[in-house]
Design a protein around this ligand. Sequence first.
Ligand SMILES: C[S@@+](CC[C@H](N)C(=O)[O-])C[C@H]1O[C@@H](n2cnc3c(N)ncnc32)[C@H](O)[C@@H]1O
Length: 198
Amino acid sequence: MNADRRAIADELLATAREHDEPLEDRLQRYRVVEPETAELLGLLVRATAARRILEIGTSVGLSTLWLADGAADSGGYFTSVDIDPPRTEQARATLRRARLQADLRTADAATVLAGAPDDSWDLIFLDADRSAYAGYWPDLVRVLRPHGGLLAIDNVLSHPDEVAEIGALIDAEPGITSATLSIGAGLRLVTRGSALAR
Ligand SMILES: C[S@@+](CC[C@H](N)C(=O)[O-])C[C@H]1O[C@@H](n2cnc3c(N)ncnc32)[C@H](O)[C@@H]1O
């Protein structure tokens, strides 16, 4: 990420934390990812040469900025969805400022996943309403590239109980390889098969 974009990311992180700090209601908070997680997402897009990237949970767009920056390098197509229209608009303004392209949509994750054809995405970042994740699992498996597609789930160490159900479904799925990284709030990386089998 170039220096101008990094400055925008740093400013966004500071603004989001300032916004969240006095708020009691978790859902009112922007809850952007930890900066090291955002940076890792940009790395993963590049390292896996992901060209079709989906983010579920844009908020005001910190992870979005890093994913879009990675997608710009990989020549990829990046979509990010959030159920909250003002957040989508804020993220759109941030990306415009950073001169980055993305398809930002105000939409419900379940609808987006259910409406996607099989094998739609090379990389999916899941960072939304954790209570719904287990219900997304059948569609996540279906829409992710079958050989070597990558799913990244945030907050698996900060909120283990809330991701336990999808964790059990992942563990029970044949052909899965997964690892949990102690970065930020804990990021679980999940892949199926191998990119070599494509
Ligand atoms: C933890 S925040 C995402 C933070 C963002 N990834 C970042 O780093 O800037 C979770 C977001 O998920 C959104 N969300 C919650 N339920 C959703 C759903 N059913 N579909 C889409 N987005 C949803 C919320 O509006 C919220 O902005």
